[in-house]
Write a protein that binds this ligand. Sequence first.
Ligand code: BGC
Length: 814
Amino acid sequence: MRLVASRTALLALPLLAACQRGAVPATVTIIPTATTVATPAASGFGPRVQQLLAHMTLEEKIGQMTQLNISVINTTGVQKDVVLDSAKATALVRNFHIGSFLNGEAVPAAQWVRYSAALQRIALRESRLRIPIIYGIDHMHGASYVAGTAIFPHNINLGASFNPELARQTARATVLESADLGHHWVFAPVLDLGVNAYWPRFYETYGEDPLVASRMGAAFVRELQNNKEIAPYKVAGSGKHFLGYSDPRNGWDRTNALIPDQRLQEFFRPSFQAAIDAGLKSIMINSGEINGEPVHASRAILTDLLRDQMGFKGVAVTDWEDIIRLVRIQKVAANEKEATWMAIDAGVDMAMTPYTTTFCQYVKELVQEGRLTQARIDLSAGRVLQMKDEIGLFENPMPRADRLSRIGDPALRAQATAAARESVVLLKNDKNTLPLAPARVKRLLVVGPSAESRANLSGGWTLAWQGRPEAAYPKDVPTLVEALRKEFPGAKVETLPYRDAKGKMQLASISAAARQADAVVLALGERPYTEGLGNSSDLTLPDDQQQLTRAAQASGKPTVLLMIGGRPGIIRSVADATTAIIWAGLPGYGGGTALAEIISGKTNPSGKLPFTYPQFAGHISNYHHDNNKNSLDLSDFGAGFEQRGAKYKSSMLTEFGEGLSYTTYAYSGLTLSDTVLTGTAARLRATVRVANTGARAGQEAVLWFLTDEVGRITRPVRLLKHFEKQAYTAGQSRELTFDINPLTDLSYPDGLGRPQLEAGWFTLRVGSQSARFRYVGGAVAPGAAAPTGATGNATPTNRTPRPGTTSAEASPPK
Ligand code: BGC
């Protein structure tokens, strides 16, 4: 009777109020462990899920909220072994109703099919209501945990391409090469912003710009979740890591980030919002803290922001062991049971525990004690079931082996190589050192740790979490040296180890060989890593690689420095004496070919930096930094104050959005359809002409930046608002347009996500061109959407135009 009464009471209560931290519904004291009736929370779900919830026991529901690692169900307990131990799996599904497992490493497709089929058979047999397992896997740049697949460039390289189509192709290859194997929940895309080059997961991001991350992420999600070629299967994505994970104060993984709410809204929210708007079915939560509050325990972030403001309806899964982390590391909960309550109360739906079932026990106790309501459990279990239902898992739970010939399709590999070609950035090219015309090169020396390394080109999350030993990579993936030999068939392309067997540097022999060569390629780089294992305290190029570079430079021969790796190493000390520099990032299996073709000139580079390349290890900055003044005008202070401080421009070696090409582009004739925008419904069309003025074809990403000249708060010096990449034949020109929408392009969110649209002057920049225009405010159009999906009205502040600028004007470049 008491239970029925409490259900009625809950019906009358807004659900979220019933779940507020500390709100213990006194009437709910007994929760049945047998079949129950669905609670009001279930009403938002489809009929199948409602039915299931109405018939599931509490334990069965909690099982749906639990995810365990492969190592607890395989034969050895070691993650890499994709061999099911049926007894272990049976016990876990039978006793704990576990609804999801994750992980593995790259094994042949047929082995994955055997494993997934055996696991799914157990799930369907042991689950009273025949609820299938959903399997989660870290396919981060292609189906990277399946042997023989196409390994695309990592996201930081895709960001450099400024071509969202490449993110779409990556998602397509991922599902084509893994959906048949039972991989129906892909833990991608990473939607974090690459704003701190120290962060060891920097390369997993699309770079530092929210618009680039939004467009790339949304393109990835749409293809991953809607691809029809994998029918009857469908795949769910997981945008990660919600949110603010990528900007830890000290640059180390899973440490505290200090991010004001306004900045969280303006910079870190849009990529997740775009993915949610594209239909993203799950998010994975940031393991770290923001302003001292662990995100896994943050109701403000996981419910108020994610659900209420951003409208997310899918599954929120913890990251690895992050409930127990609240106790052991973050120390905001006294014990695991308390941490479990905090996480679920904050908004977690599923725990990637991933080794223990203590979560199941604690959730049950919390419900029995009345600290978690049945409705709260239904909400989370229902979201998991809804995701399973939406991807058709109930109809098609079993993997299939009749299309395995799709895996390893040369066409997908060719796409990965094409993506690599677009994803590297030519940073410096003094005296047109590059391309090195094959006809004129007789001898090419290639030295450095990445010269013959497939692992270094691919980075972490390739074949295994931290990559694998060199010998484990497919031999048909060309190394840089192999690719250069193909590109320079008439030349002697040689490589020398720069250390002997005892680890001693071989600088004298490198210098001697360099003197004999026509040019030297320095293939610098770092071994694969991710997460805490990649923490770094110094971005400076390691000393041995600096010595190697100097030894090559001492020959006086042209040197081509390739920066291969997951973060921008500081190369200022060797950059001046290097004639050509290429940022290669982590271009994947096509990287050797792409770099060799760029060096030979077969491929014209078109990448642009998706982040600000730092000059100094101690100064990390972003292109969209706040307005500030970089140098002091000393004349006010009289004599005796010599200029001190950094003598290089700002903090950047090469700016965001820069990248050289073997052709040249001219921007001209920027015009605005008007110079005053009145009201949010008004649109202003900007038009510019872009011409390929060089002698060869290329691709140019055209980037449009806006500056809010005077803001109520200090605004970024500029922000990317639109970009478009296209091919241009030699001599070809195009007229490009950008339609400026006040709400999406001129406003910025406050700390609650409400758009602030202030009247005043704006500067638009594209290439060498700039123009000014004025927004004069006006009523917000009824039903106008907030630019970042927030609710609430824009609030024009009707600022007075700056003195002397009474009318709108277009001005020459400043
Ligand atoms: C990472 C996630 C990953 C998960 C499962 C975590 O340590 O942070 O990005 O999806 O492990 O492997």
